[in-house]
Design a protein around this ligand. Sequence first.
Ligand code: HEM
Length: 202
Amino acid sequence: MTASPTAERPSLRSQRLNQITNEPHTKLDALVKAHAPFETQANFARFVVAQYLFQSELVALYNDAELIKIIPDLAERCRADAAKLDLGDLETDVPAPVAGALENPSTAQALGWLFVSEGSKLGAAFLIKRAVGLGLSETFGARHLGEPAGGRAEGWKRFTRTLDGLEFTAEEEADVEKGAIDAFVRFTVLLEQAYASAPELA
Ligand code: HEM
């Protein structure tokens, strides 16, 4: 029996994570678009609600002392404050927390979640261009999609280089993958919640 090339496991951890999250990413991308976030500012505001909820659940990870030892600029990478300011710009209330947030992950699991959060900054390069069409920018309403200090590609490369350089046990390897998958599941839940809770769009 011959394995198809797509079934091969890439040697780099970040590439393996890319591979296993490819399907959830494609589905989430379609789900985001199904909610037509760039049709109106009101639609976009619901997307920002989801982004804010996701980012606010990760604040503890971005500020975790152990994780900062691994990724020194981690705290500056957090976008919860930017998303909160965006909500203000869009005259949208800060949402109440949604039950089921991540709790006490292992380091490897946490890194899987951070992989997804950091990776989402790549897609944000496309999203912000669309947000401009709604009169928004990286200084108003779409701050959380803005170019990170030092550049998007560079920030991502530094993150994945560090992640790829860590020695993991088999258990940690499974944990990082679980973290990445769980993060996509969670974003999906939060996105649905954000649009379902929009009074004017329900
Ligand atoms: C919460 C997590 C994520 C969300 C909500 C998200 C959302 C999106 C959306 C909606 C697009 C489409 C943009 C467009 O076509 O206008 C996109 C594209 C993209 N995303 Fe994500 N994404 C997430 C995570 C990730 C991760 C983990 C990575 C990398 C590992 C990533 C890399 C990319 C790249 C490179 C694109 C550009 C087009 C493509 O190759 O599909 N994203 N993302």
